[in-house]
Design a protein around this ligand. Structure first.
Ligand code: HEM
Length: 263
């Protein structure tokens, strides 16, 4: 089943160009919605104004080489491993979901643009497509059922849904229905495979059409903020914040009474 290219079979019923236009439309939706989100929240204006203000407090002028080194280190550490989530389950679940999604999207594009013309897709690409869907499900369902702040710290039931859940749920729906579509298509369950295909298309429309209202754009904002924070630390401006206190940590015995969960 991992060798199945579900898009190749679909190309026997609908033109490959229709799938390719769909992908282009989804990319455009992301670009337009993120642009509108930036205009609405004015977060990028604030970001650059703040960076300019902080620059006045810089203690050293960073050379281009030093800046590049800080940016590369941020990409390799903070962004690639989502280090801001600390060491633990939350970070592991996020990394699984993030790389799963990246794999799923890249291989979807390769399969749709390159292997819907009758040529056979290499098995490593179809396997990576299925693995991407599974990894996204693993990280996403782990987060959804056990790690969400509402569930793990505030003890709300896992089935309580709010607008903020739009992103993670649409993401999970895409990978779950995509995987189920491939499985049922491969197993010749014709009726079910059409049902999952329709659900897969709808969940993609919700995921990419909902960018303006969901947390989707954090994947662009977070890396920008991490780079700015590390540059501000390197030039000594520290975003106008005071340096960490150089004193022993004394919180009293109360700190040990319960696991810290109130974030
Ligand atoms: C393809 C890229 C990415 C995907 C698919 C992804 C996916 C997700 C999902 C599903 C959530 C849970 C959203 C929720 O609270 O309902 C999340 C949260 C989060 N993401 Fe990402 N993300 C991506 C990239 C990034 C990057 C690049 C960073 C940081 C550099 C980042 C940092 C975070 C943080 C800090 C949270 C909050 C986590 C928590 O509350 O446990 N993400 N992400």
């Amino acid at each position: 089943m991992f060798t199945n290219n579900p898009f190749a079979d679909l190309a026997l019923i609908i033109p490959a160009a229709a799938m390719q236009y769909f992908v282009v439309a989804m990319v455009l939706l992301v670009i337009i919605s993120t642009g509108l989100d930036m205009l609405h929240k004015k977060n990028v204006v604030y970001f650059f104004r703040n960076a300019k203000k902080a620059k006045k407090f810089a203690k050293t002028e960073l050379s281009t080489g030093k800046k590049t080194a800080v940016i590369l280190k941020t990409v390799a550490h903070d962004i690639a491993t989502t280090s801001e989530l600390g060491m633990g389950k939350r970070r592991l679940a996020h990394v699984l979901g993030m790389y799963g999604t990246i794999l799923f999207w890249i291989t979807s594009a390769v399969l749709i643009f390159k292997y819907t013309d009758g040529s056979i897709a290499p098995t490593y690409i179809t396997s990576l497509w299925h693995a991407g869907a599974l990894l996204t499900c693993l990280g996403g369902y782990w987060f959804w059922f056990f790690l969400r702040v509402d569930v793990s710290a505030e003890a709300h039931p896992w089935y309580r849904i709010i607008t903020a859940d739009l992103f993670v749920l649409a993401l999970l729906a895409c990978s779950t229905f995509g995987f189920a579509w491939s499985y049922t298509q491969f197993s010749n369950m014709i009726g079910l495979s059409y049902l999952f295909l329709i659900l897969y298309i709808i969940s993609n429309l919700v995921l990419f059409g909902g960018v303006y209202w969901s947390k989707f754009a954090h994947m662009f904002y977070k890396p920008g903020a991490a780079i700015q924070k590390n540059l501000a630390e390197a030039d000594g401006s520290r975003d106008n914040l005071p340096p960490p206190a150089d004193a022993p940590e004394r919180f009293g015995l109360g700190i040990k009474r319960e696991q810290p969960k109130h974030y």
